[in-house]
Structures are given as C-alpha cells and as structure tokens.
Design a protein around this ligand. Sequence first.
Ligand code: PMP
Length: 453
Amino acid sequence: MADQQVIPTVSFDSDDELVDLLPPLEWDYETALSNRHTYLTPVIGTFQATTKPILLRRGEGAYLYDADGNRFIDTVAQNQAISVGYRNPFVYAAVKQQLSEIQHCSTMWMHPGPAAFAKAVIAKMPPGDWVCHLLSSGSEAVELAILMARVYTQRHTIVALRQAFHGAAGATALAATAISRFHQMLPGASGIVHVTNPDQYRGIHGPGIDPYLDELRASVASSTNGEVAGFIFEPVQGYGGVIPLPSEYVRAAAALTRESGGVVISDEVQTGVGRTGAHFFGFMEHDVVPDMVVMAKGIGNGFPLSVVIVRREIAEAMTSRVFMSTMGSNPTTSAAGRGVLAALEHQGLQENARVVGEHAIGLFRELQEKYEVVGDVRGRGLMIGMELVKDRETKEPAAELTAAVADQISDAVIVSKSGAHANVLRLVPPLCLSSQDAEEVVERLDAALAKLT
Ligand code: PMP
C-alpha cells in the first residue's frame, strides 16, 4: 500500500495562529505603496481618487479609517459598491453563516442561496415572468445582457448613449461605453451604435428632447438595417457625470427600440438598490418596464455579485446552446445580496437615501447660489453631481479646480471626479449617510471653494 500523506489537522479555534501563517499584510504606508507598485499592475494607477492613494484599514457605516486611524466621510462608497454601509450587520451575518457551511456551489449542483436571492430581487420588479442570471461583475453582466438580446432577437445592433459607461472589460461592454479615456487603441467590438445623450445641461442640442430623439431615429435609420437587438441605458448616467435622463426620452427610445424589434436593457449598476431614493430601480422613475435589468456593485455591498434580471422568454432563447459561468450563482455572494436586501428593508436605507439626498441637494443648490463656478447641481437620491465651470455662459469645464477641491477636502472627506471633462464632483455615498454627514461634506466643500475661487 502506498504511504498515506498525513494532512496536519488545523482547527477553526485558532484563527489568529492561522492568520500568522498567511502571507503578511504590510501596514506601513511606504511599504504598502511600494508593494502595490512592485506587484500590482500599473494600470490601476490610471483610475484613482487621489494622486497618492489613501491606505484604508477599516470601514463602518459611511466612514472609512486609514491605517493611522484617521476618519473620512466616504461619498464614493468604493464606486458605489458599498450600498448598505461598511460592515453592515445583515451582510456580515449572512456571509459569515454561509462561509461556515460551503463557500461555493456551482450551477452543476444545487444550493438554495442563489434562488432565494433571485426570488427576493425579483420581488422588487414590476409584475412579470422574470428570472435572474447571477454573475460576478457589472461588465460581465452587461456582456451577457447584450449576448442574450442578440440571441433572442436574432439581430446584432445595440444602441447606446454617448457618455454611457457599461464596463471597461469585456469587448462588447467596453464597446458600449462612450467615454473616450476607457477605449483602447483597438477596433471596438462591432454592432454598437452610439447616439447623443439628452444631457439637459451640456448636451449638444441644448435642453429639450426632440432633437435627441430625431438623432436616435436618424441613427437607427442610417446606421442599421432598421432592425436593432436592443437599447441599453443608465437611468441616471453615472461616470458620464451624474446625468439624469429625461423620462419622456427614455419612454420614446424604448418604444422605438421595440418597434425596431429590439429589447430594452436598463443598466442599474449605479442606480439600482434604492440609490435614487424614490425607487428601488432607476428605470421606475421613467415609467418604463425594461426587458432586462443589469445590477452589480451595491447589490453585493462589496462582494462580487452581479445580476441580469430578464424576461424568462429571453433567457430561454439561450438554452439552445450551453452557457455557464463557474463563479456565477455563488451562495456566498448570494448571501451578501440577501443581506443587502434585508438591510434595505429593516434599516430603511432607501428612504434614508431619499431624505438625506433631498437635504444634500438643497445644500448644494445653496453653494450654486454662492459660487459662480458651480454651473449645475443635479441628481436623484444619493446620486448627486456638482459641475464646476470657469464661466456659467460658456460652461467651460473647470477640471483643475474640481481636482483641487477634491484634494483640499481629502483629509476628511472622500469625493470623486467624473464626467467627460472630469469637472463633476460626484457624491454617491453609502445609503446610510446621515444628514449631519451631508452637512459636514457641504461645509468642507464651501470652505474649499471659498479658498480656491
Ligand atoms: N455599468 C455601469 C453603469 C457602471 O457604472 C459600471 C462600473 N462603473 C459597470 C457597468 C461595470 O461594472 P464592473 O466594474 O463591476 O465591471
């Protein structure tokens, strides 16, 4: 008989001793920075909030603490991945319970977690025969939504809006993104037609929606054979600079898409999970029911969970071929999702987003009255943008000032810059931000603007 390898027994009671055996974490700032430069891809440095990254150690609710224990109000929420707050007790309990049993179970076997999560998220949708496809990231979910649209309609063209962000990875999701700095020096995936977004502040046709709809119709008539696979939109464009879309436009675009044989895809990666305050999903404000909804980021509160909620009939079209995703339908990320939905319900966080968001937007409007450089204030719930301009008439973007304001308050408040011209301060905090926190953020912005203008 061959010798049996003896695996040493380790117990869950000795967590600390086991952690000591892991590759160590370096908390000294210079060492951490040097390790990041040495071992992680340099491309991560192209997208960061501050010139020098803050070394974060801990989060609690809407607050972050760096390695030295300094506290920050976080208005970026890890790019909205943190919806119900850092260390949310519901998410913590759900994930811990799941980890104590089994961390993954692929769709080749069965665990009740993914379906329990799917049932709970479908309960947030308008009536319909919905099913969920669970994945890990937003780009992946957009990619699949577009694939399903094409397979179902047997058409190829997807119409997307300028200033849209639908992903930076995945050929089709990246091709659907319409913010130049994310595009690589390569031909984009075929079959995406971009049309002008109806930006009511800075849009090339000015305010109103008719010229934007004319362009949409003209683009479908000229750049396609008249048949489209789908229309994808963000109910409030996020990275584009917090641009709420006019409802009438969304409704008309959805109608035109359906007349052209396509399906409507709402990218709720930023607007979902109650972020807009009034509704769980951003599309609800527009009074249109999409055929597919893409969620990621906040639905997992920092765990890699994404979802395509899709009409059963569309999902069924995919069953003529095999499709799978190893990490999709993971019971641990599904537990995080169940935790998020429970936290929203039991902690009233969507209502908090509505109330604190309204209060905050009022305070931002006061800043707009006080400072000429504040060209526009807009948003929904806790998704707020403040656009800084050199001149209110010409709307020339004040990108340097925007960066300087963000840096000026960065000892106590984390904000991010967005928009095509990087001149929009974007406030998208965890949904548990308090009114007092919002007041402190605005006071600090006020002081920074007073100093820098
Ligand atoms: N859609 C939208 C609206 C997004 O904001 C993002 C991410 N910023 C994505 C899709 C892609 O998500 P991920 O980064 O998880 O791939």
